[in-house]
Design a protein around this ligand. Sequence first.
Ligand SMILES: *[C@@H]1O[C@H](CO)[C@@H](O)[C@H](O)[C@H]1NC(C)=O
Length: 253
Amino acid sequence: MFALLTILSTTLLSYALPSPTSCHPFRTIFTTSQSDSFIAISPRNSYNMAGDGLHLYLDNPGGDVTRKGGVNNKVADGATFNSTFTFLYGKVTFDLYAPIYAGVVTAAILIADQGDEIDIELLGSHPSHFQTNIFAPQPTDHGPLYGVFSSTDDLPSGDSGSGIQVMHSYSIDWNAERIIWSVDGKEIRTLRKDQTMDDSALHFPSHPVRIQLGIWDASNPAGTAEWAGGPIDWEQVPKRMEAVFKSVQMECP
Ligand SMILES: *[C@@H]1O[C@H](CO)[C@@H](O)[C@H](O)[C@H]1NC(C)=O
């Protein structure tokens, strides 16, 4: 009896839940309610789901921030959301507005527990470009390959508002052979698996990932601040900066 119940509930469960790595199509348009597909992993006051999208905030860390030697002594905690599911291969499209203050980074990434990443990063200091990158750590690596597979490409032009970019649609289309990044439907960068060789190992992401949305303060350490055009000058920027995600869409292979 017990065994039968166990089998029954296991069967029911496997019907109710999609396999953890299966791609299921959806479109989340962030409105006033919490989305089923995403969960905040930062405090409630660090974001707001208003009618026009999910606002992710980066707030002044409070007190005096000392800016010295190319870094700030305090780093603000930005808002981060994870998808509630993982998947292996699929196409994700983010409609978002990024802030354009130096030292702030807006991230729309796919990230695995094993360290694989497929990234889109928008640097507030370079509002006319966007950066793409991948990580797939291998046992033979001597450390993270930060610059090896990164690329900086032009964004289509458009009028930006005060402190925030015009909205763009950014896509990551990932399968077992290649990744294609697009902006506003136009393919910008293709990276094939065979182009990810470094130190005689392939570095192509191949583990199930979560979607992660975030805004972060790149004001420390010095190398990160330099890359991001920071550190943030809190005397010049608003106390609260924001990135706005209007929607996230998933299409399956
Ligand atoms: C968010 O995603 C990251 C990367 O997969 C994971 O390490 C972390 O545990 C996740 N946090 C939550 C609360 O889901």
